[in-house]
Design a protein around this ligand. Structure first.
Ligand code: GDP
Ligand code: MG
Length: 597
């Protein structure tokens, strides 16, 4: 009855509520790692994750826990990312579990992301245990937050665990609750193998490594396995668990979570959501799997130096091996040359990919403003999707242009609700619902995705002193009066600066854009005229006046170090500039349209 002593669980939490800290503490309590190894938060393994303090890829850990009763339990827990861009990873992780810990910062309260993820867990029939974290903080108010959990989520939280992941307070009690209240998995080690691929990633030495949950049967090293989706057979060359380091055990049984390596060289050979069985039991049913995620925003990415094009393509290829949600295709821009149009799950995903490309592959890239995908009903009945403003077809042949609409759920303390409503209205939002839940208000809006992709999240934070939280998902396409806003630099249309904008906002945004760009484009040896145009008609213009003196003339004769510093600064700034015609345009200017609200 080994399976009765397995507990598979995830941790659901809003960013910064302490999920990673709690995970580390659990690992430590179960003796998984030494104090020294714990110094760095172990689960956030990518450099960027550690620096930004966010979790991107789900990770799993297998631990032994000796309960007060003396019985040994195998705990498998799967860490999940907290940001809205990565919520699909959350539902995947939850699928492999029987329970979830809902971690809420007792000094902050419930946030929109946690609500959304918690509902996903409940919908998947998971046992959800509320955990109030950070009770060591003087401003912690566990009773108020417990009440909030009941009011907002509808989850009984009267005797929620109260812990401090930082000091370790309450952690033993939490683990006891976990083994008591979260049910063990079902399944039989003797049945034919049925395993779900929860995640796959590419390892330079091993090829594709897959995180799997065994629902039935036993998977051993050396077994001939079959991928249900491709019907291809492979030999399982390594099988084991994460502790969190990868540890070969040679065997995984029903109910367990671990990894399998089978000499697969392409991530599409072991797609996430696929079912693995043995080659000798080909009739085993496929598990439901997951919805395929589609990119929501697209941007052009161009190497600053044309010589880097090949290196850039190789880097994208490598990154895509690890990240099945990343899509790209070659793009040729008149202004920026050869590059790629890359699809992302959201703007955070985009920032992270850009950062990884620059850091891990040492590339200097220029990124255009992200756009959403538009649906075009052509007059010949064809439906087209366009995610590049400069690739819009002749509008005379377009019957209707439709934009993606999201359903957004916003949680905000009462005192800021007026600000948030005003912001949503300004962004063409339609209010669907407003509910008072404890000290917070839950607003439900339909908003054009393009408005959310812009700086909406940052704006929400700044108009609510950081308290508002947001969750959203695509709903449908809806007809809208949209136009293309073109930008001309010294009379030349710059394709990479074009944007698709609602007609009622186009003039205002055009004016704001040329003003913003005037601030961002450095002065050059000649006047630079910036114009915004709609359908060939100029709606706004501004001019960057010519530079008269040599920049270094500002430095006094002998001060060499200052002069040097200034030149270095100029050089660093130049890295992310692109010569468009005779004019040097910095990266910020390409993103200026995002900041014109
Ligand atoms: P995550 O984004 O949910 O993974 O959150 P982290 O585990 O990275 O924690 C976010 C911040 O909260 C970090 O600075 C932690 O040190 C801090 N933190 C986490 N748990 C506690 C706690 O119980 N008490 C206090 N005072 N701080 C905590
Ligand atoms: Mg974390």
């Amino acid at each position: 009855d080994r399976i009765k002593h397995i507990r598979n669980f995830s941790i659901i939490a809003h960013i910064d509520h302490g999920k990673s800290t709690l995970a580390d503490r659990i690992i430590q309590l179960c003796g998984g790692l030494t104090e020294r190894e714990l110094k760095e938060q172990v689960l956030d393994s990518m450099d960027i994750e550690r620096e930004r303090g966010i979790t991107i890829k789900a990770q799993s850990v297998t631990l032994d826990y000796r309960a007060e009763s003396g019985e040994i339990y195998q705990l498998n827990f799967i860490d999940t990312p907290g940001h809205v861009d990565f919520s699909y990873e959350v539902s995947r992780s939850l699928y492999a579990c029987e329970g979830a810990l809902l971690v809420v910062d007792a000094a902050q309260g419930v946030e929109a992301q946690s609500v959304a993820n918690c509902y996903t867990a409940i919908a998947q029939n998971l046992e959800v245990l509320p955990v109030l974290n950070k009770i060591d903080l003087p401003q912690a108010d566990p009773d108020r937050v417990a009440q909030e959990i009941e009011e907002i989520i509808g989850l009984d939280a009267v005797d929620a665990c109260q812990v401090s992941a930082k000091t370790g307070l309450g952690m033993e009690a939490l683990l006891e609750r976990l083994v008591r209240d979260i049910p063990g998995p079902r399944g039989s080690a003797e049945a034919p193998l049925q395993a779900l691929i929860v995640d796959s990633w590419f390892d330079n030495y091993l090829g594709v490594v897959s995180l799997v949950r065994i629902f039935d049967g036993t998977l051993k090293k050396g077994d001939k396995i079959r991928m249900k989706s491709t019907q291809r057979d492979w030999e399982a060359t390594e099988v084991g668990i994460f502790t969190p380091k990868r540890r070969p055990t040679g065997i995984l049984r029903a109910g367990e979570v671990g990894f399998v390596v089978a000499g697969i060289k392409d991530i599409h050979g072991a797609p996430v959501g696929d079912t693995i069985t043995h080659a000798k039991t080909p009739d085993v049913e496929r598990l439901p799997g997951f919805q395929k995620v589609k990119p929501q925003v697209y941007a052009g990415m161009f190497p600053v130096s044309a010589d880097d094009y090949e290196a850039f393509r190789d880097a994208l290829e490598k990154l895509a091996l690890n990240d099945a949600s990343l899509e790209y295709e070659p793009e040729n821009s008149d202004a920026l040359g050869f590059g790629f149009r890359v699809g992302f799950l959201g703007t955070l995903h985009m920032e992270i990919i850009q950062e990884r490309l620059e850091r891990e592959y040492d590339l200097d890239l220029l990124t255009t403003a992200p756009t959403v995908v538009y649906e075009l009903a052509m007059d010949d009945g064809e439906i087209r999707y366009v995610a590049n403003p400069s690739k819009l077809p002749d509008m005379a042949n377009v019957d209707e242009m439709r934009e993606p609409i999201v359903r957004a759920s916003i949680l905000v303390p009462q005192e800021f609700v007026g600000n948030v409503i005003a912001e949503c209205e300004q962004r063409r939002g339609t209010q669907l619902d407003m509910q008072f839940l404890g000290s917070q208000i839950q607003l439900t809006y339909e908003l054009p995705m393009s408005e959310v992709v812009m700086d909406f999240f940052d704006r929400l934070k700044s108009i609510s002193r950081g308290y508002a939280s947001l969750d959203y998902g695509f709903e449908r396409f809806e007809a809208a009066k949209l136009v293309r806003l073109d930008v001309l630099i010294n009379g030349d249309k710059v394709d990479a600066l074009a944007a698709i904008i609602h007609r009622d906002h186009a003039h205002g945004r055009g004016r704001a854009l040329v003003e913003k760009m005037k601030e961002l484009i450095p002065r050059q040896m000649f006047d630079v005229a910036i114009q915004a145009a709609i359908g060939g008609q100029v709606v706004a213009r501004s001019t960057v006046k010519a530079l008269r003196k040599n920049v270094t003339a500002k430095c006094y004769g002998g001060d060499v170090t200052r002069k040097k510093k200034l030149l270095e600064k100029q050089k660093a700034g130049k890295k992310r500039m692109k010569q468009v015609g005779r004019v040097e345009i910095p990266q910020d200017a390409f993103l200026a349209v995002l900041k014109t609200n």
